[in-house]
Design a protein around this ligand. Structure first.
Ligand SMILES: *[C@@H]1O[C@H](CO)[C@@H](O)[C@H](O)[C@H]1NC(C)=O
Length: 208
């Protein structure tokens, strides 16, 4: 009889332990599930953040590239003389002619084209231009600076007694692609030699 009681007690004890173990395991599983859910949520958030960072990095690197390209285009300065060598008068002609300066002192940014005598603005900005001309008697000396098809400023001498010099300059606000060049008037001439009396220069003051 005593024995039976002891056995029953043991049995009950076992069931109790097993039940306790079961509820412990269920609790642990629930915990793990909860942690997994939180981890998954965090992972989702991190993925989103990563995507945002990726987009931001791409935008930053694009912006950097465009700033670098812009900075390169901002280095603009040229200075040219009419003749590369020799000495000669140019003109007179019965129509206006664009002066094609051939002696390149500087052409940073290659915005001046010696084939057309034209400077083409590589960026929107404020630019300074000046030109200097020299001519002999007896023809008229007359040269104008143009922006696209519009005359900006000129030098003029009707009939130089022996020779004449003239200079003018202007600050111009240009859009990218605007063209600046100098034109010899009809029935006029200019002279140049190794002294580079007749020259044309320009540079970007600041971009806008
Ligand atoms: C024009 O400039 C040249 C070179 O400096 C000079 O020799 C000449 O006398 C100048 N002409 C006049 C009319 O001032």
């Amino acid at each position: 009889m005593k024995m039976l009681v002891a056995q029953k007690t043991l049995l009950l004890l076992c069931v109790g332990v097993s039940l306790a173990q079961d509820s412990n395991t269920a609790e642990k599983l629930k915990n793990i599930e909860e942690r997994l859910r939180v981890t998954e949520e965090t992972l989702e958030e991190l993925k989103k953040e990563n995507q945002v960072l990726r987009t931001f990095t791409k935008a930053s690197s694009d912006k950097l590239k465009s700033i670098q390209a812009e900075n390169k285009a901002k280095k603009v300065a040229f200075s040219v003389g009419l003749l590369a060598s020799g000495s000669q008068s140019f003109g007179p002609f019965d129509t206006r002619k664009t002066l094609l300066y051939q002696k390149i002192f500087t052409n940073v940014g290659n915005a001046y084209d010696p084939n057309t005598g034209t400077f083409t603005a590589p960026v929107n900005g404020v630019y300074f231009f000046r030109f200097y001309v020299h001519a002999h008697t007896p023809n008229q000396m007359a040269v104008s600076l143009h922006k696209n098809d519009q005359l900006q400023c000129s030098v003029y001498s009707l009939k130089p007694e022996s020779n004449a010099n003239g200079s003018n300059g202007v600050v111009l606000s240009l859009q990218k692609g605007d063209e600046v060049y100098t034109q010899l008037w009809e029935n006029s001439w200019v002279f140049d030699d190794g002294n580079s009396y007749t020259s044309f220069s320009g540079f970007l003051l600041f971009p806008v």
